[in-house]
Design a binder for this molecule. Structure first.
Ligand code: AP5
Ligand code: MG
Length: 216
């Protein structure tokens, strides 16, 4: 299975991806997570990318395509993967098509999680992420058992810098102008699945699973 998970910032891409990769045994490839990890390791790529990320801007297509290409070439991505947050521009969508055709492969499904702007803002402000394993929580909608501590691995929870209001607004504008148009790119290929993301975690997941079952 080769899946893309798309949607505006805060739509629940990461939250739903965490469940999907466990249930379907997929390799999770989140470009945002790769940039953040690279930054934490003090790498040049991560430090350069973070200057854009903190402001809510996109990292260049060139850099992003390159890290995805390298990641897809690894053994664990050969059979099945889930791409979370990539592609985000038309240039990236075209580059992904090239990569897949070189791999003699194609997408099984493009899951597009649809959420209104006002809900997104509340989700972003309350989000907390584990510094160690990347698991995502929400102070109101999905609090950890012990405040500030990850249920899964005991790691420290933190708030992403790009979850501040100005950065979130910029990310939403960029989503509308650069990323939303590529949904049409996948329309007509028979792989696009629109999911109502304005429901509980479980209801969203149930709808995704049902749509994936109907595809096969
Ligand atoms: P990235 O990390 O991908 O961020 P994003 O797309 O902005 O999306 P988020 O991770 O913020 O949200 P999400 O949809 O994963 O929602 P989540 O599940 O966490 O990218 C960060 C930055 O990296 C970008 O801005 C860009 O600069 C750069 N970048 C990354 N990829 C790039 C690319 N391809 N090209 C160029 N630059 C790139 O949920 C959010 C919150 O809501 C959580 O607290 C969660 O608990 C809660 N929540 C989720 N679902 C529900 C629900 N159903 N009910 C209640 N609460 C919910
Ligand atoms: Mg995410």
């Amino acid at each position: 299975m080769k899946i893309l998970v798309m949607g505006p910032p805060g739509a629940g891409k990461g939250s739903q991806s965490q469940k999907l990769i466990e249930d379907y045994d997929l390799t999770h490839i989140s470009t945002g997570e790769m940039f953040r990890k690279s930054y934490e390791r003090g790498e040049k790529l991560g430090i350069e990318a973070m200057a854009y990320i903190h402001e809510g801007n996109l990292v260049s297509d060139e850099i992003t395509n390159e890290i995805v290409r390298n990641r897809l070439l690894k053994k664990d991505a050969e059979r099945c993967f889930l791409l979370d947050g990539y592609p985000r521009t038309e240039t990236q969508a075209e580059a992904l098509d090239e990569m897949l055709s070189e791999m003699n492969s194609k997408l099984t499904a493009v899951i597009n999680i649809v959420v209104d702007k006002d809900i997104i803002l509340e989700r972003m402000v309350g989000r907390r992420v584990c510094r160690n394993c990347g698991h995502t929580y929400h102070t109101k909608f999905k609090p950890p058992h012990k405040e500030g501590i990850c249920d899964k691995c005991g790691g420290e929870l933190y708030q992403r810098k790009d979850d501040q209001i100005d950065s979130v607004r910029n990310r939403l504008n960029i989503y509308e102008s650069k990323t939303k148009p590529i949904i049409d790119y996948y329309k007509g290929r028979g792989v696009l699945i629109n999911i109502n993301g304005m429901q509980s975690f479980d209801a969203v997941y149930r709808d995704i699973k049902k749509a994936l079952r109907d595809l096969t």
